[in-house]
Design a protein around this ligand. Structure first.
Ligand SMILES: [Mn+2]
Length: 415
């Protein structure tokens, strides 16, 4: 029997998006989260006395800002070298050979697969053989797995691959492959990287994404970590155990406002929901996005006072645990209880306003930043215009705010 750890997408020193704007955010903890995950991985490998560790691409987030990133990785790998734990590593689209301009000599226990062609490493002392190829450039579009070596008989064959399996939507379509192709290849275990959501796609043979080791934004919620894989004496996988490594947990905290008529009741609900989410985060720093939804008589007030409600979320988070919860943002998805058709019956002018409101599109307003744009660098102009592009989340939110405020004004005007 032997065990190994399968990890991928560590994205060492990647910033966590959406947290740094808080002036008293625990910057160190947030900035160090991807490092904490790597240290946790090494601790786990030592504690469990695993035979080896796999890292299936995107160890680095991109080129190192300075040598600190490399020094940290080397020092963590030395801890494994002392315990004689080999590490098998491929590079992915984020840390493709062509993108990384800095390098440091790695300890001898770290084996990096070639980026020119697929190669095989026999793991000493066990009937285990590893096959892999890293990315030479970011946009590897060929099906790398097709040229992986044939299965070696009487061995546990592991394929290390950074791949967009099954043309998954929303991911760079790099080194595409399919489940049926990988099954047919004959290896016992495909250790995959690239998709940040962990998933066992197939068992016997195993085709597994471990997901990333630390969520980096609100769209990477829930526990993140690695798999500890156990292989029995018949060279069959007997267990794939997920182990969380994240120190900052992202979660969308949704509150259904149906039936809530009093703002104080809503505030209490927000506080309870945050307390529940913190408990689920298991002593980790919780980065929460609050989403309010459902039909509510508070709809218009919430939209008119977005920043106050956001501040209330921050305040309630602090009341639950000031050190442990950070509010990433607030999304208002409530619906009005006012009936525009009823309001329109009042008089012609109201009907006219409501008709105009119906077709209101904030992206068609005269451009308030036109002159500013001529003075800004291209990147900033792009950021400005894309955030207010038709259909964007920001444009929709502005549209919702305006509708709610106008409806409220009409509804209260004749009361
Ligand atoms: Mn990645």
């Amino acid at each position: 029997m032997f065990t190994f750890i399968h990890a991928a997408d560590i994205h060492l020193d990647s910033p966590l998006i959406g947290l740094s704007q808080h002036e008293d955010a625990p910057v160190g903890k947030i900035r160090g989260a991807t490092r904490t995950a790597l240290s946790g991985l090494v601790d786990l490998a030592i504690e469990r006395e695993v035979d080896f560790v796999l890292i299936a691409g995107d160890l680095y987030d991109g080129d190192w800002k300075d040598y600190g990133t490399g020094l940290f990785f080397v020092s963590e790998m030395r801890r494994l070298e002392e315990k004689e734990v080999p590490v098998y590593l491929i590079f992915g689209n984020h840390d493709a050979e062509s993108k990384i301009t800095k390098s440091l000599a790695l300890p001898e226990n770290v084996h990096v697969f070639s980026t020119r062609k697929a190669e095989s490493f026999a793991h000493p002392g066990l009937p285990v053989i590893l096959h892999g190829q890293g990315f030479a450039t970011q946009a590897v579009i060929e099906n790398l797995a097709e040229r992986y070596p044939a299965r070696v008989a009487d061995h546990f064959n592991i394929g290390l691959l950074h791949t967009n399996l099954g043309d998954a939507a929303g991911h760079g379509n790099y080194a595409p492959s399919t489940v049926s192709q990988l099954v047919a290849h004959g290896y016992e275990y495909w250790a995959l990287g690239h998709i940040h959501q962990r998933r066992v796609h197939h068992e016997k043979p195993h085709i597994v994404f471990s997901g990333n080791t630390q969520g980096r934004h609100i769209n990477e919620p829930g526990a993140k970590g690695c798999y500890v894989v156990t292989v029995d004496d018949e060279l069959e996988v007997s267990d794939t155990e997920f182990h969380a490594l994240d120190s900052v947990r992202w979660e969308t905290v949704s509150i259904d406002c149906t039936g809530i008529e009093d703002e104080m009741d809503l505030v209490q609900k927000i506080r309870d929901a945050l307390a529940g989410a913190l408990q689920r985060a298991d002593d980790r720093l919780l980065a929460a996005r609050v989403v309010l939804s459902g039909p509510s008589c508070l709809h218009e007030r919430l939209h008119a006072h977005h920043s106050r409600i956001l501040a209330e979320c921050v305040s309630q988070a602090a009341a639950v645990d000031a050190e442990q919860i950070w509010i990433e943002g607030l999304r208002l998805k409530t619906r009005t209880l006012l009936d525009p058709a009823e309001l329109a019956k009042r008089d012609d002018l109201t009907a006219l306003v409501l008709e105009a409101l119906d077709s209101f599109d904030p992206t068609e307003l005269p451009d308030p930043v036109a002159t500013l744009k001529t003075k800004l660098p291209d990147d900033a102009v792009h950021a400005l215009t894309s955030s207010l592009a038709p259909g964007s989340e920001e444009a929709q939110a502005i549209g919702e705010d305006v509708r709610a405020i106008v409806l409220q004004a009409i509804a209260t005007s004749s009361d």
